[in-house]
Design a protein around this ligand. Structure first.
Ligand code: ADP
Length: 497
């Protein structure tokens, strides 16, 4: 009898493996960091072999730690850093180049070229994305243009492209399966969102031969079985989704109007819009959340570049405390910021402003401003930025949130969570299990093999650690938020010549 589902959570800086039981509890976790390679300013690469080896190592280690055999694992779910691009030889499984990581900006000029040719509207409408080096498509093109002889080999069908999910699946199945899921495929600039399939017109503009591409299969479903030599049994790989979409699934946000926010270094907000693809006019991305059976669920996504990182900045650069958790104690020492606003636009602002020239601003200082006010202003800024995104999301989707489900490192901060609820005027729900990304992958896989019956069963497993109810008066909320908007205005365009 299989009692566990194994999630492989392949992130940007580390590979993790987490074993879950039937109640969605974490049984054991293993983690291994790997090398970040910076060949030039603005370039970021990973060694695909290191990604694979670290992932396999932690998968083996977590089973050993829990004393669980391969045959006791009902299914494997994979979740991954998104957009990172790998090309390899189909026959040998050998990568032809390092992985080009999502953060890598080397294709900025090519993106500008595509814009100059007037393609932006087409890509926005059909893929839900913006023409930005962030996504996989232009990274594939770069490899085809820069690795000698690669284009000819790709056209001859000898080469495979994959995002990290696809790469791991290929290796896990001993080179048998070359496939991805729509949540990952929707981050390539090559997929028609509506059809959840590759689009010939986009492929031709991007100069990417179809022969490179994996099959797109439902996010929940059996993709293949692991080579028994790897984990001691042929285990079905039955779920795959990009990390943010997996977190939305792990948070059981299954109905339109449900949303999650992950408060890590940055913050990632996703709103389930159901079967409706909402194309944003205000700087949000449209993405596939997941496909279960033949039903595709869509989401709106908004990213905030600096969230928890503003706390790291107070700690490491200003040295006003030693530990991120102290920010809460300091913030509670004052009744308010005394009119101080901190706009952490350290590298510009992302959604919904998209201003690369915005810079950080500290406004409203008086003679009495102290470090408690600063700590409080920093935490409040995380909440204000999340409201900026959520307001636009709800407006464009025509949906209103009942509650916001939260995860990520900074949700331990009760002050932040309460202020978030206050400034949104919406309840904030913090779950007991924080490993929502891995949990989402596990759920997708477990559903496919009948380990869990349906999403209703999973919804019932979602357990609240704490609810934060909005307690602030409407008038105060809008006054505070109005001050934030004014502060943001002052920060916009600052670094423009
Ligand atoms: P990532 O996955 O992006 O590395 P994590 O989810 O591990 O991030 O969260 C780490 C971030 O959360 C850091 O930026 C840190 O400053 C912030 N953080 C951690 N604990 C707290 C806290 N108690 N209050 C505020 N921020 C916190």
């Amino acid at each position: 009898m299989s009692r566990y589902v194994l999630a492989l959570d392949q992130g940007t800086t580390s590979s993790r493996a987490i074993l879950f039981d039937r109640q969605g509890n974490v049984v054991a976790v293993e983690n291994k960091e790997f090398r970040q390679i910076y060949p030039q300013p603005g370039w970021v690469e990973h060694d695909p072999e290191e990604i694979w080896e670290s992932q396999l190592e932690v998968a083996k280690a977590v089973l050993q730690k829990a004393g669980v055999k391969g045959e006791e694992v009902a299914a494997i779910g994979v979740t991954n850093q998104r957009e990172t691009t790998i090309l390899w030889e189909k026959a040998t499984g050998k990568p032809v180049h390092n992985a080009i990581v999502w953060q890598d900006r080397r294709t900025a000029a090519f993106c500008q070229e595509l814009k100059d040719q007037g393609h932006e509207g087409l890509f926005r409408e059909r893929t839900g994305l913006v023409l930005d080096p962030y996504f996989s498509g232009t990274k594939i093109r770069w490899l085809l243009d820069h690795v000698e002889g690669l284009r000819e080999r790709a056209e001859a069908g000898e080469i495979a492209f994959g995002t990290v999910d696809t790469w791991l699946l290929f290796r896990l199945t001993g080179g048998k399966v070359h496939a991805t899921d729509p949540s990952n495929a929707s981050r390539t600039l090559l997929m028609d969102l509506e059809k959840a399939d590759w689009d010939d017109e986009l492929l031709s503009i991007m100069g990417v031969p179809r022969a490179l591409l994996p099959k797109i299969l439902p996010s929940s479903g059996v993709f293949g079985e692991t080579d028994p030599a790897l984990l001691g049994a042929a285990i079905p790989v039955a779920g795959m989704a990009g990390d943010q979409q997996a977190a939305l699934f792990g948070q059981a946000c299954y109905r339109p109007g449900m949303a999650k926010n992950t408060y890590g270094t940055g913050a990632f907000l996703l709103l389930n819009t159901g079967e409706k693809k909402v194309v944003s006019k205000k700087g949000l991305l449209t993405t596939v959340a997941w496909q279960v059976g033949d039903k595709v669920t869509y989401a709106l996504e908004g990213s905030i570049f600096i969230a928890g990182a503003v706390i790291q900045w107070l700690r490491d650069e200003l040295k006003i405390f030693q530990d991120a958790a102290e920010s809460e104690k300091l913030a509670r020492e004052v009744p308010d910021t005394g009119g101080v606003y901190l706009v952490p636009a350290f590298t510009g602002l992302w959604a919904p402003y998209w201003d690369p020239y915005a810079r950080g601003a500290l406004l409203g200082l008086t003679r009495g401003t102290n470090r408690s006010h600063l700590a409080r202003a920093a935490l409040e800024a995380i909440a204000y930025q999340s409201r900026d995104v959520l307001d636009v999301m709800q407006e464009e989707a025509g949906l209103s949130l009942d509650a916001l489900r939260v995860d990520g490192g900074a949700v331990q901060n009760d002050f932040l969570m309460q202020f978030q609820a206050d400034i949104l005027g919406t309840r904030v729900d913090r779950p007991k299990v924080h490993e929502t990304t891995a949990l989402g992958a596990a759920y997708l896989a477990g559903l496919a093999v009948g380990f869990w019956k349906d999403t209703a069963e999973i919804e019932a497993l979602w357990q609240r650690d704490r609810a934060f109810e909005p307690a602030m008066k409407e008038e105060e909320r809008e006054e505070l938020y109005g001050g934030w908007k004014k502060a943001v205005e002052r920060s916009l365009g600052w670094a423009r010549e």
